[in-house]
Design a protein around this ligand. Structure first.
Ligand SMILES: NC(=O)C1=CN([C@@H]2O[C@H](COP(=O)(O)OP(=O)(O)OC[C@H]3O[C@@H](n4cnc5c(N)ncnc54)[C@H](OP(=O)(O)O)[C@@H]3O)[C@@H](O)[C@H]2O)C=CC1
Ligand SMILES: O=C(O)C1=N[C@H](C(=O)O)C[C@H](O)C1
Length: 275
């Protein structure tokens, strides 16, 4: 597994950065959604990290108080959009940092979380739409490319057991692409469609068309398609296995105690905000 635990520009010098734990006690980590696809993989990854100690693994129906009783330093939430907000606010109220991979964090939820964190000095929450480094890079590349093309559309492709559409990654990519195009004064993507079947043109996310495919055999994939006269650019990322998410989960756990307030996206912990 690639190891991002070496100190990054943001974490260098912090107590919690790096895997060299000589002289310091392991970070105590709790996981909600521990029985799920991602939660189970995260539990294994945390178990395998010498600088981390898994102190609680909760499923639906387990009392959140167990996280406090276990004296967790960091909670990793990998549940469902309906549960994540309550769980993360519980952690913040109880002075526990959180690393959140669960989808469903729209602008109004993020604003409420920022408010809660303002009343919890020193507590950090990472909301990471995607933990895979390739996906984070692909989204950053898409945001960079956004202003240079007339047209943009996103296709996200996932396993059919996913409960939400579009994916959190696609929503975040669309938002960043839209922001870059607005800042550059780019016109909306041209589209002459005026008749057609409902849904045929995908969902409108911040002015960007997003198409969601659900197919057995897939894990998590995304294409951002750009087009201008005579050329196209496709930025594609594929997670072929949930192993792809684990280095990012571990980086989030190690970095979040030194990052008070809300961090949206793994970018800053990878030093990408300075690239
Ligand atoms: N950021 C990233 O890189 C990634 C994010 N994700 C996101 O992570 C989330 C989980 O995905 P995935 O593991 O595939 O989904 P799963 O459905 O496999 O897992 C979700 C788990 O959460 C449990 N759960 C639901 N509510 C609660 C609760 N209140 N307390 C404790 N546990 C609860 C469910 O239990 P039960 O089955 O009993 O309902 C289930 O075991 C999704 O939002 C997904 O989009 C996924 C992959 C990567
Ligand atoms: O449910 C999934 O599987 C995934 N969810 C996240 C999302 O919605 O973007 C991250 C990744 O795409 C896998």
């Amino acid at each position: 597994m690639p190891d991002f635990s070496v100190p990054t520009p943001d974490t260098a010098g912090s107590d919690t950065a790096g895997s060299d734990t000589a002289g310091s006690s392991p970070l105590r980590v709790a996981v909600t959604g521990a029985g799920g696809r991602m939660g189970a993989a995260a539990v294994d990854a945390i178990d395998g990290a010498p600088d981390l100690e898994l102190v609680a693994a909760l499923g639906r129906g387990d009392a959140l108080e167990e996280i406090v009783r276990a004296r967790a330093d960091v909670l990793v939430d990998l549940t469902v959009p309906d549960s994540t907000e309550e769980i993360v606010h519980f952690a913040v109220r109880n002075g526990i940092h959180a690393v959140v991979g669960t989808t469903g964090w729209d602008e109004s939820r993020l604003a409420a979380l920022r408010d809660a964190l303002a009343g919890a000095p020193g507590i950090g929450v990472l909301i990471a739409p995607n933990f895979a480094v390739g996906s984070v890079l692909a989204t950053a590349f898409a945001a960079k490319a956004a202003r240079f093309f007339e047209s943009v559309e996103i296709i996200e492709l996932h396993h059919p057991d996913k409960v939400d559409a579009p994916s959190g990654t696609a929503a975040r990519t669309a938002a960043l692409v839209a922001e870059a195009r607005r800042a550059a004064g780019t016109a909306p993507s041209p589209d002459a469609t005026h008749t057609g079947a409902p849904g045929a043109r995908g969902a409108d996310v911040d002015g960007v068309r997003v198409h969601s495919v659900r197919l057995r055999g897939l894990v998590a994939h995304q294409e951002v398609l750009f087009g201008s006269a005579g050329e196209t650019l496709t930025i594609r990322h594929d997670s072929l296995d949930r192993a792809s998410f684990m280095p990012g989960v571990l980086l989030g756990i190690r970095s979040v105690p030194a990052a008070p307030g809300l961090t949206h996206g793994l970018d800053a912990f990878l030093g990408l905000d300075k690239a």
